[in-house]
Design a protein around this ligand. Sequence first.
Ligand code: HEC
Length: 118
Amino acid sequence: MIRRKVVAVRRGQPEAMRWFVVALLALAGQAGAQGMEQRVAQGRTAAERWCQECHLVGGGVASDAAPAFAALAANPDKSEGVLRAFLAEPHAPMPPLSLTRQDIDNLVAYIRSLAPNR
Ligand code: HEC
């Protein structure tokens, strides 16, 4: 039954095959977007828990000692790679946080989500 369908798709219906591929790609894209949304949400929770005592986590006016996350997001020098490297090994005056890779992924996704023009 299934085999016959596959043959039909291959031989007689290249159109159907094309739509099948389009649908698969659309699904994959949606999954990717959902994964990103989830990372951003988890990053926000982590930031509120671990970073907020020093950093301004959401939007708004910067505090004096630590840069506001929105300011980091708006700074072209603080690319995803730079943020990632810093969080893997933060230096004084940041406390020596030991973040997992997952934490870092989430936090960087959250910080980048605050960038203007998105
Ligand atoms: C005890 C206070 C404190 C906490 C908690 C803290 N930070 Fe910081 N952080 C700082 C200070 C102060 C700076 C400024 C360092 C500098 O200018 O050299 C900084 C700088 C940064 C920078 C910028 C580094 C750069 O290259 O300019 C990033 C990114 C950052 N923090 C992320 C985080 C994240 C994410 C968390 C939570 C997981 C966090 N920080 C928790 C105090 C803190």
